[in-house]
Write a protein that binds this ligand. Structure first.
Ligand code: GLN
Length: 494
């Protein structure tokens, strides 16, 4: 059987449509790839081997369905999204053995479109982290260099896509968790506008920030997946009742002629960011902007002056929301319960003590503190005001440009263990991604090559105005045509 695992989702979809590949063969290829790569990268928390093969066989028997744009395509889902036929742990012990009775809307929509869910991907516990090292279960390695992290919190999703375990994955992004692992693992990832994709069935972290989005090997791939999962959902009161444009057509009709790309000084100036931006990251991103200029785009200097307050504001708001959202894990309703406790109070306390990891506890404590009376005005209200200023910065910038570009992260993937002892250092990794979540806007990370020093993937981040995903996809697809799709990861060779 041909090795299809380095193909893009669109290429595989076309083979399936032409009958040159069966759904069963597609699933089997991915399962073989999981067998070969999983011992090295540890990207997955659950593999649905039998159900995926059975689904594929049944689909082959029923025959190809042209109404289903993802017919027979194997995909992997971040374990923060509920799946009715497999466990959902959210990377936490407190949800060990939790089998939800329903699919998240985004998962359901993928299945409706014909995709086959083959596995659940590892993640930082409750999506809190930037490296996937906060998972209660395992540490995922970056397929480009096994000694480095895949980014987080959707690190399992990034690693499984770049390692060829599937053709597309869903991640979630509260402060950069799709764009950071996409950047570190050399794949494309898009965080849609807040409200574009229903959050129903997503285990909540920061409800006003969380969005679900696709990660895959090419821009057209993520466009196709985004098309499938977008749209209004009465089960999520924050999902937007706006029409879903043809994202695939947008990605195919790529042209940069006349496009104005805003370059925020705060994202491109080495000195502006505490700790600095690695020069290999700046060089690769600058080369991509030069390529865009050659294709007819112009660049405009813009400013997002409140960027320096984004980390502080984000971590106050995200932790406040998390402290409230995670109150539901009490040992009664879901997952883990400490059976040795003799009173109700002791059961709550010890189930939460044993069920949550250190980072989650830290955030519940800080979140509760910033919401408590006496501190609410000083912290939470201030952060909410800063959030508004950050949104206004973007609005002003979009008066001068159509899209904004900058690095996805100040560095390429860092070594496993380098930042685990210093959470504040880890929080700084999100400097370029979190403003977008605070503003509720769409953004994506596009691989633009390997860093000259680390030889690891570099991601260029593109930001768009609210519901401007088409423009983002068009821009990214044109650049991708010029720059090319990254090849197989170094770390898995040999
Ligand atoms: N690294 C950020 C955090 O830990 C973002 C995580 C995310 O987007 N889920 O909160």
């Amino acid at each position: 059987m041909q090795d299809i695992t380095s193909k893009t989702l669109i290429e595989v979809r076309d083979l399936l449509a032409k009958g040159e590949l069966t759904a069963e063969q597609a699933v089997q290829s991915c399962l073989d790839s999981i067998d070969a790569t999983e011992p090295k990268i540890n990207a997955l928390l659950h593999v649905a081997r039998d159900t995926a093969l059975a689904t594929a066989k049944a689909m082959d028997q029923a025959g190809y369905d042209p109404e289903k744009p993802l017919w027979g395509v194997p995909v992997i889902i971040k374990d923060a999204l509920t799946t009715k036929d497999m466990p959902t742990t959210c990377g936490s012990r407190i949800l060990e053995n939790f089998n939800p009775p329903f699919d998240a809307t985004a998962v359901d929509k993928l299945r409706q479109a014909g995709a086959i869910v083959i596995a659940k991907a590892n993640m930082d516990e409750f999506a809190m982290g930037s490296s996937t090292e906060n998972s209660a279960y395992k540490t995922t390695s970056n397929p480009w260099d096994l000694s480095r992290v895949p980014g987080g919190s959707s690190g399992g999703s990034g690693a499984c896509v770049s390692a060829g375990q599937c053709f597309g994955a869903l991640g979630t992004d509260t402060g950069g968790s799709i764009r950071l692992p996409a950047s570190f693992c050399g794949c494309v990832g898009i965080k849609p506008t807040y409200g574009r994709v229903s959050r129903y069935g997503l285990v909540a972290y920061g409800s006003s920030l969380d969005q679900i989005g696709p990660m895959a090997r090419s821009v057209e791939d993520v466009a196709l997946m985004l098309q499938a999962i977008s749209g209004h959902d009465p089960k999520d009161s924050t999902s937007a009742d706006t029409p879903v444009p043809d994202f695939v057509a947008a990605a195919q009709a790529g042209s940069l002629e006349g496009l104005r790309i805003g370059l925020p000084e705060e994202y491109w100036n080495n000195a502006d960011h505490k700790g600095g931006i690695d020069s290999e990251v700046l060089d690769a991103c600058r080369a991509a902007i030069t390529a865009a200029e050659k294709l007819g785009a112009t660049t405009v200097p813009v400013s997002l002056p409140h960027t320096k307050y984004a980390i502080a504001a984000y971590y106050i708001i995200a932790m406040a929301e998390a402290s409230s959202n995670l109150a539901r894990f009490d040992g009664v309703r879901y997952g883990f319960r400490d059976k040795d406790a003799s009173t109700l109070l002791e059961m709550y306390r010890s189930s939460r003590t044993k069920g949550f990891g250190d980072e989650v506890k830290r955030r519940i404590i800080i979140g509760t503190y910033v919401l408590s009376s006496g501190y609410y005005d000083a912290y939470y209200r201030k952060a909410a005001q800063v959030r508004r200023l950050i949104r206004d910065d973007f609005q002003k910038a979009y008066e001068q440009c159509d899209v904004i570009a900058g690095p996805s992260c100040p560095t390429t993937a860092f070594p496993v263990g380098q930042m685990t002892a210093d959470p504040l250092q880890m929080y700084l990794m999100d400097i370029f991604t979190i403003s977008l979540n605070l503003a509720g806007l769409p953004g994506m990370s596009l691989p633009v090559g390997l860093g000259a020093d680390s030889n690891m993937p570099v991601g260029l981040q593109l930001f768009g105005p609210a519901f401007g995903e088409e423009q983002l996809l068009r821009t990214a697809a044109s650049l991708e045509k010029e720059i090319g799709v990254l090849g197989k990861p170094n770390g898995l060779v040999g």
